[in-house]
Design a protein around this ligand. Structure first.
Ligand SMILES: Cc1ncc(COP(=O)(O)O)c(C=O)c1O
Length: 436
């Protein structure tokens, strides 16, 4: 048998990918191929994007867009960030994948880094996954293993959960935690859930932001409470002040875990490493993903403290790709830039500027969010029309509801770029209303 060539074959221009990059096919031609080859779960994509740089992207027809969605809160440092790109390339050229039979320095260094950034106490640990929903799945399994190991020192063994006394898991109405079966059981939206019943049992959804409802729901049968500090998919709805503290008190008293889903809100999105960091609480676990890899797929579950970290033991969970050298190098590079270029202070400043500008625009009835996770409501059900008008005008935004627009741009968005959207928005609203 001939030996497979491993030496570099550097004719990238004529490689399968190079030919695609230089293709002259139009967006319409690509979309026709898309619809005959890709499963229809996402509907028809809005555009075919071929290139990006910073906060800008270009489609197959050569049109430029200001990306105010950042791949849904993912491209923390924008597109094709030179430092992140070169770290990823160099790691891939050194060691790309090893499986979890082995580890690698980037995996260990990233775990240590995340424990520091999340101010996790001694004994805390990290599990790496490949996406947000997988980080939540790991958290769901952690919750199932909770037999009531408590925060008051009266520890029971996790093994005692075999009698499954603690079967209740609490999440909120409006919650979005992902689409795999465990995460879907935590996700509230009926349209996402109903086609896949039965979902893993025991999950109850309680009214959003209602502290009394939470106190009434958490009891000795509760394994965990899952909360997003700001519900992203529900239209950027922050939990009311004091809610996280009340949740901590109620879960600690009952021996239930408090698990914060910071997949969308974490890693600088709100101008803080964690949206929950000034709530004055220590959670039992935090899920992360989205911005962590700066565009490279990675998720993480951080388990806080030795007791919680001991709930999942060898063989109880795993993944082939999770924590691979390239993904963890991408995350290390992203965190390095976020830290060393003071990006979080920039996020706070530009976010405040954008929110203030939005609040002054006619037809905008409410502005919510923190840092560069922003939701605003309109005075009519025209949000999808604003998204469409935005695309025509060269802006990418998202409508999580009929009258709500969400912005989650790269964290490096400039004030000038924010201003260009503020200047365009009144016309987008008019166009959307005229089209109704
Ligand atoms: C809070 C939250 N959790 C989990 C997820 C699922 O993440 P992924 O889409 O990477 O599976 C999302 C995605 O939007 C999210 O916003």
């Amino acid at each position: 048998m001939n030996q497979i060539e491993t030496a570099s074959s550097t004719d990238l221009e004529h490689s399968p990918v190079g030919e695609l990059v230089h293709s002259h096919a139009t967006g319409a031609q690509w979309l026709s191929r898309y619809s005959s080859s890709l499963l229809g779960v996402f509907g028809t994509p809005q555009r075919v994007l071929v290139r990006g740089a910073g906060c800008l992207v270009w489609d197959a027809d050569g049109k430029e867009y200001l990306d105010l969605l950042g791949g849904i809160a993912v491209n923390a440092l924008g597109h094709a960030h030179p430092f992140v790109t070169s770290v990823i390339s160099s790691q891939l050229a050194t060691l790309g994948h090893v499986s979890n039979f082995f580890t690698s320095p980037t995996q260990i260094a990233l775990a240590e880094k995340l424990l520091g950034l999340t101010k996790a106490p001694a004994g805390s640990k990290v599990f790496f996954a490949n996406s947000g929903t997988e980080a939540v799945e790991a958290a769901f399994k952690l919750a199932r293993r909770n037999a009531g190991t408590s925060h008051d020192g009266a520890a029971e063994s996790a093994a005692e959960n075999t009698d499954k006394q603690r079967t209740k898991i609490i999440a909120l109405e409006g919650a979005f935690h992902g689409r795999t079966m465990g995460a879907l059981a935590l996700t509230a939206k009926e349209a996402y859930r109903a086609p896949f019943a039965p979902l893993p049992g025991g999950v109850v959804h309680i009214p959003f932001g209602d502290i009394e409802a939470l106190r009434a729901a958490v009891d000795s049968t509760t394994a965990a409470v899952f909360l997003e500090p700001i519900q992203g998919e529900a239209g950027v709805r922050p939990l009311p002040p004091g809610y996280l503290k009340a949740a901590r008190e109620a879960t600690s008293a009952a021996g239930a875990l408090l698990i914060l889903d910071e997949v969308q809100t974490g890693i600088g999105r709100t101008g803080k490493w964690l949206a929950s960091e000034d709530a004055g609480i220590v959670p039992d676990a935090v899920t992360l993903a989205k911005g962590l890899g700066g565009g490279f797929p990675i998720g993480a579950l951080v388990t806080f403290g030795a007791e919680t970290s001991a709930l999942l033991t060898a063989g109880q969970h795993g993944t082939t790709f999770g924590g691979n050298p390239v993904a963890t190098a991408a995350a290390l590079a992203t965190l390095h830039v976020l830290e060393n270029q003071d990006v979080l202070a920039h996020v706070r400043a530009v976010g405040e500027h954008l929110r203030a500008g939005l609040a002054g625009i006619g037809g905008v009835t409410e502005v919510r969010g923190e840092g560069l996770l922003i939701g605003f409501d309109l005075d009519a059900d025209v949000a999808p029309g604003v998204v469409a008008a935005g695309l025509d005008a060269g802006f990418i935004v998202n409508s999580p509801g009929p009258r709500t627009i969400r912005l989650a741009p790269p964290l490096i968005l400039t004030t000038g770029q924010a201003d260009s959207f503020l200047a365009a928005l009144p016309a987008l609203l008019t166009t959307a209303k005229d089209a109704q």
